[in-house]
Design a protein around this ligand. Structure first.
Ligand SMILES: Cc1cc2nc3c(=O)[nH]c(=O)nc-3n(C[C@H](O)[C@H](O)[C@H](O)COP(=O)(O)OP(=O)(O)OC[C@H]3O[C@@H](n4cnc5c(N)ncnc54)[C@H](O)[C@@H]3O)c2cc1C
Length: 614
């Protein structure tokens, strides 16, 4: 029923695909951590994921509720789990992040954290939203806050006595944050009186912590209405006087939304300043720069969204595998006419294999996209720690940044398709509440919408990250992909697959050139119809790169002595890559063709022409 993860796959990811023991461990700031420490951590994480998973369904069936006294009741079991999680795991996201120094104690590389994060997010995504912005808020205030703000907030956030939420959305301001109406009026120095309402705030009101810190997007009274006039305010739910007495800061929860999924997470409609003054502190005492200040926080949230999506799709794949091995149904297609033919497990039907291979290749491809971001982040940490080649560190930073909208949008879109396939494989059983798949589907749909809808990610990729093809980072990526493609001669059995990946990457490059031509002609509106497809193409190439890299490692292993179990594991990797290159990668060229189609009638349609006469 619960969350499933694949131990062998995690081992492969860390020690064979990214070879972190050779490329990362042993180097500062990861010098205090050995492989055995990582393995021990992952074992503990697996056990904790089981605990989280045990309460996942209960959270769905007993959703967070607004009580008559204005407090929010979280699902039963969440409070105990919170104490446990805080006691045993709250140090992990902060490792190496003391308030005073930046490099203390053991520090695990990002890939290891990625695997722990995947397990926790997959085991109980609703629970994991509580305090989900705490580390980010700590880092933000430590980096951008005034000395007074650091003193006030960093300690309690670091110890998780307080948690944090991100408050941007309002009724009229969703994708268009420039429409926000929340206002701030100066009281003294960096303190402002905040008035406004924020909608859909994740885990926005609860009693799990002593206090909650809201990072609120608003405008200082009198500021012009533009995206360049937004400021970020640190707004605590409670203030404390000099004697340490708690003072209500007039943040109220007006409603807990009744929603499709993540029902254990309190999705709150908050009011600020409606029942008395709400004091907020202008981050860094710097007005109008909220979007710049928050860029890092939003990037982390997007990668985190990809991680939740991956976790659910991976578990859904493993459930499907178990089910398909056990469920007996029908004879093979070519024996249908023979009543005495053996009834087989559905895993032997080729259409079921098609679905399983699509799921597996996408799960592993998506994991590799997140892995690449983690890898660039770890290498950046190593280079920065050594005070080495700044230009190289910046190159890794650019690449990680480029991949973040793709990780958010491509992985969340594919997760929906993967879990749908899982349901299809389960037949009627998958549709029932007895199986976790219907909850997975309900839980993950939001991932294509929040943290900027997937279109907003695609727009960010094409315009901001790639500068309509002008950005340097595409050259960085080209170098990385080409150096992999050059190894093709070592793998004659994968010649078709390497060739297919090379051609698909060329399609991405040529579409980007085409977009650049439209941009130089000033036809920006036309480009907006391509953004989503372009991001999909890009995601497919990156995922394909990951599965092919895995296959090439597997091919080398198969040349030597391996156990029978590993022989199956590695040959499965080869077949997964073959499937992806024959069945998914051709979509890249098809999409390129559609984008290059000179007929613009696809979007040249007026609202009335859509029809509908009630
Ligand atoms: C469960 C849940 C949790 C959330 N958590 C938080 C939170 O913690 N903090 C927070 O601040 N917000 C949160 N949100 C809000 C979420 O971030 C917004 O819903 C999201 O940004 C989209 O805004 P919207 O719903 O207003 O959609 P809209 O902006 O109205 O978009 C509707 C559709 O129009 C498209 N669209 C919009 N503008 C354009 C454009 N310019 N060009 C092309 N297409 C466009 C969109 O892509 C989308 O398909 C949460 C929402 C939910 C449901």
């Amino acid at each position: 029923m619960g969350y499933l993860s694949d131990r062998r796959e995690i081992e492969f990811f860390l020690w064979e695909l990214f070879r972190i023991d050779q490329t990362i461990l042993g180097q500062k700031p990861f010098h205090n951590v050995a492989r055995v420490d990582c393995e021990a951590l992952l074992d503990r994480a697996r056990a904790h994921a089981q605990r989280l998973s045990d309460v996942n369904r209960a959270g769905d069936r007993d959703p967070a509720t607004l009580m008559d006294d204005g407090t929010v009741r979280v699902p039963q079991g969440f409070a105990d789990l919170w104490s446990e999680h805080r006691r045993d795991w709250s140090w992990l996201p902060f490792q190496g992040e003391s308030i005073l120094a930046n490099d203390v104690g053991e520090r695990f590389p990002h890939m290891v954290l990625q695997m722990v994060g995947e397990m926790f997010a997959g085991a109980n995504p609703s629970f994991m939203t509580y305090g989900g912005f705490t580390t980010a808020a700590f880092n933000l205030i430590r980096a951008r806050g005034t000395e007074g703000q650091k003193e006030l907030f960093c300690g309690p956030l670091r110890s998780i006595r307080w948690d944090a939420c991100f408050c941007a959305t309002e009724a009229e301001a969703g994708s268009d944050l420039s429409a926000i109406k929340t206002e701030a009026e100066a009281i003294e120095e960096d303190a402002y009186a905040i008035t406004g309402e924020k909608k859909y705030i994740t885990a926005g009101y609860h009693e799990l912590t002593e206090n909650t810190v809201y990072l609120v997007l608003g405008r200082i009274k009198g500021a012009k209405k533009s995206s360049l006039s937004m400021s970020c305010f640190i707004v605590p739910r409670y203030l404390y006087d000099s004697a340490g007495t708690r003072i209500d800061n007039n943040v109220r929860c007006k409603k807990v939304e009744d929603k499709m999924g993540l029902r254990g997470c309190a999705n709150t409609h908050l009011t600020f300043g409606a029942s008395g003054t709400t004091r907020g502190f202008l981050l860094g005492n710097r007005p109008n720069v909220a979007l710049l200040q928050l860029a890092m926080l939003m990037r982390r949230a997007r990668i985190g969204t990809g991680a939740i999506a991956l976790a659910a799709s991976s578990s859904a794949y493993l459930h499907s595998l178990e089910y398909a091995r056990a469920r007996i149904q029908g004879a093979l297609f070519d024996k249908n006419a023979d009543p005495s033919a053996e009834r087989v497990a559905i895993i032997r039907h080729l259409d079921v294999q098609r679905m399983l291979l699509e799921m597996r290749s996408k799960v592993e491809g998506c994991r590799s996209i997140l892995g690449r971001i983690s890898w660039h982040s770890s290498i950046m940490s190593i280079l920065t720690s050594a005070g080495a080649d700044q230009a190289l560190a910046e190159r890794h930073a650019r690449l990680a940044l480029l991949l973040s909208p793709i990780a958010k949008a491509y992985i969340s879109d594919e997760a929906w398709k993967v879990v749908t396939l899982a349901m299809q494989i389960h037949g009627a059983v998958g549709y029932l509440a007895d199986k976790p798949l219907e909850q997975y589907l309900r839980d993950i749909k939001i991932l294509t919408i929040w943290e900027g809808t997937n279109y907003i990610q695609a727009q960010d990729l094409v315009r901001d990250k790639l500068g309509f093809g002008q950005a340097l980072v595409m050259k960085d990526l080209e170098k990385e992909i080409f150096s992999f493609l050059e190894t093709a001669t070592d793998f004659p059995n994968l010649a078709f697959e390497f060739d297919a990946l090379g051609k698909a990457f060329s399609s991405v490059q040529s579409v980007l050139e085409f977009i650049g031509e439209q941009a130089s002609r000033g036809d920006l509106l036309l480009i907006s119809q391509f953004c989503t497809r372009f991001l999909e193409m890009f995601g497919e190439v990156l995922a394909g790169w990951g599965v092919l890299q895995a296959a090439s490692i597997a091919a080398k292993k198969l040349e030597g002595e391996v156990t029978p179990e590993d022989r199956s594991f590695y040959s499965g990797k080869l077949k997964t890559a073959r499937f992806f290159m024959h069945n998914i990668i051709p979509n890249v060229a098809a999409k390129a063709g559609i984008i290059r189609d000179p007929d613009k009638s696809y979007v040249a349609i007026a609202s009335e022409e859509f029809g509908y006469h009630a």
